[in-house]
Write a protein that binds this ligand. Sequence first.
Ligand code: NAP
Length: 307
Amino acid sequence: MEKIVIIGTGCAGLTAAIYAARGGHQPLVLEGRQPGGQLTTTTLVENFPGFPGGIDGPDLVLKMKEQAEGFGARFSYAEVTAFEPRDGCVAVKADDKWIETRALIVASGAAARYLDLPGEEKLVGHGLTSCATCDGAFYRNVPVCVVGGGDSACEEATFLTRFASKVYLIHRRDKLRASKIMADRVLKNPKIEPIWNSTISEYLTTAEGEVRAVKLKDTKTGVESELEVKCVFSAIGHVPNTAAFRGKLQTDENGYLLKTHATATNVPGVFAAGDVSDHVYRQAVTAAGDGCAAALDAEKYLANLGA
Ligand code: NAP
């Protein structure tokens, strides 16, 4: 029987691990499919307090992991696929093995969304991706596009100008949702061309199944046109990673975990932290704050149990 199991190694999970480990609970941290969370797919993080010159996302999570390990947190790459409340504890199925724990912190984050167009699944990795940091360098001196109008889309578009000959920013409205500083950076960059009031209605591929162009649809007039790009970077938001908890932990209509008070969920001993339960702020620093709160709530829960 574990005392505290933490699912996820983004900012929320790792901060929870630092607090729980420093509290002497030697938490078991399950890393899942995307160790390090969304920060591993970003570049410079400029707004995490304490780093005036910014810090690379992957570096930030590595440092957090090192800090948690230093206090005695244990890490396992297992992925959680099922969950059930049991008598006096809860259990998670990780890589086919059930693990029982008194307290569970769910910090499984959220995954990138795609447009939900036909054939999309097969195109991921063949000219369709959600990670400019991971795949941008494959598209040197060719035109690419980014879909979306938020901070992610602006960040991806700006980063891609290092490699691509041209970056089209395709947005369904005529105004960016992104923060002013990020939007200004994009609008001033001569290598980025915004395409307003447009969505992608179809991916056009080569005989080998690689993206060669996209079909655009004007959201105001309905007129369709073709745009030649070698890669589409999807930056249209995220879906929470809560499939393993469906029907057991309460969620909102979009699948985000609901908290009953502080970080507690509807199941005693289960706490939620970070993007898996936050569709409003979704910042590295708010996720870290959430992780801290969840670890403190879990500690208090264990103390009340006398565990
Ligand atoms: P977001 O703010 O939710 O933006 C998603 C964008 O995708 C919106 O512009 C939205 O259009 C568009 N979109 C959604 N569904 C679409 C669809 N089906 N077809 C076409 N377009 C669609 O998501 P995000 O940019 O990933 O940002 C998430 C959070 O992370 C935000 O709080 C953001 O501030 C933060 N973030 C911060 C940084 C940073 O500060 N360095 C970097 C990245 C992200 P509409 O505008 O029309 O809704």
